[in-house]
Design a protein around this ligand. Structure first.
Ligand code: FE2
Ligand code: FE2
Length: 299
């Protein structure tokens, strides 16, 4: 039924199922509370670039809280889905491994992602984790299903886990909840190993034309999602304010300094791609995919 590699729609076991106790003990944890209360909202205006937005700052305090809660929830839901997909990804790479050591490493990495998922679960119990609506997760899901070893390694480990390293560092640094901040910081070392293994194992000379095409197509879609700026933050504001006019959206993207922030992100992504596969970076640059969009184009 739901047996995709990413497994994003896998159902949860009933909380009182006996397997839960075995899972807790295998994870090396005592069965803990299924919910951990966190500072709400866990991320503040500075994390979302909203600190200097008059449109945000002039809103009633309750609306501000609601906006930050929605934006924080979407960060948490995304991390949860990524770690969940990571478990399936590492399992696929374990099967595709070409040496004993590689297989051992991917199996250990699978355990890392499982631990990350288990540790995040109590923090997301209040969320409706309907990942199907998110275009990034849909892209990730279909890639995990169809891509071969080389294309997976490049997109997931070199680009996305490389990106994930600074993303988790940022989440940790800006999080107002101490336990959650500590948790994201604790992910960084494992994610650095996952990224590093991809850099060591990936071999451009073995990349087929079809895989290269798939990498370029997938990264093009991903880069476009970065080019268009902080859409989720703007969507959260729209939701709380009961909709935004085009002019308000342009104003918000301007206040969020979308071009500067997207430019930083795109530069980081380019710096992950270029040293490993300069020809791929060149093709993406030729298509203008490292150029951030101005506010009017994001709105
Ligand atoms: Fe992870
Ligand atoms: Fe990872």
């Amino acid at each position: 039924m739901n047996a995709s590699v990413a497994g994003l729609t896998l159902p949860a076991l009933e909380p009182d199922h006996k397997l839960n106790r075995i899972l807790s003990s295998a994870l090396g944890r005592k069965p803990t509370a299924t919910t951990i209360e966190i500072e709400s909202p866990p991320w503040g205006a500075d994390c979302f670039g909203l600190a200097y937005s008059p449109l945000f700052n002039e809103s009633p305090l309750l609306e501000q809280q609601h906006i930050l809660q929605l934006a924080s929830d979407s960060l948490l839901a995304e991390s949860y889905a990524i770690e969940k997909a990571g478990v399936g990804y590492m399992a696929k790479m374990t099967l595709l491994a070409e040496t004993t050591e590689e297989r051992m490493l991917y199996s250990l990495f699978g355990a890392d992602e499982t631990a990350h998922l288990a540790q995040l679960m109590p923090f997301v119990s209040h969320l409706n984790l309907n990942s199907q609506e998110d275009p990034f997760l849909r892209l990730l899901e279909s890639l995990l299903e169809v891509a071969d070893r080389s294309a997976l390694m490049f997109v997931i480990q070199i680009v996305l886990e490389g990106w994930g390293l600074s993303h988790y560092r940022m989440l940790s640094k800006t999080c107002r909840d101490r336990a959650l901040s500590k948790l994201f910081r604790s992910f960084v070392q494992a994610e650095a190993q996952h990224h590093g293994a991809g850099v060591v194992l990936f071999d451009t000379s073995r990349l087929s034309a079809a895989s290269q095409g798939m990498i370029i197509e997938t990264l093009a879609t991903f880069l476009q999602m970065v080019q268009v700026g902080p859409q989720r933050v703007v969507a959260a504001i729209g939701q709380v304010k009961g909709g935004l006019t085009k002019a308000q959206r342009i104003r918000l993207f301007t206040e969020l300094d979308t071009e500067t922030h997207s430019d930083m992100r795109l530069k980081l992504l380019r710096s992950l791609i270029t040293p490993v596969a300069p020809n791929i970076a060149e093709e993406l640059a030729r298509q203008g995919l490292f150029d951030p969009f101005p506010p009017a184009q994001c709105a």
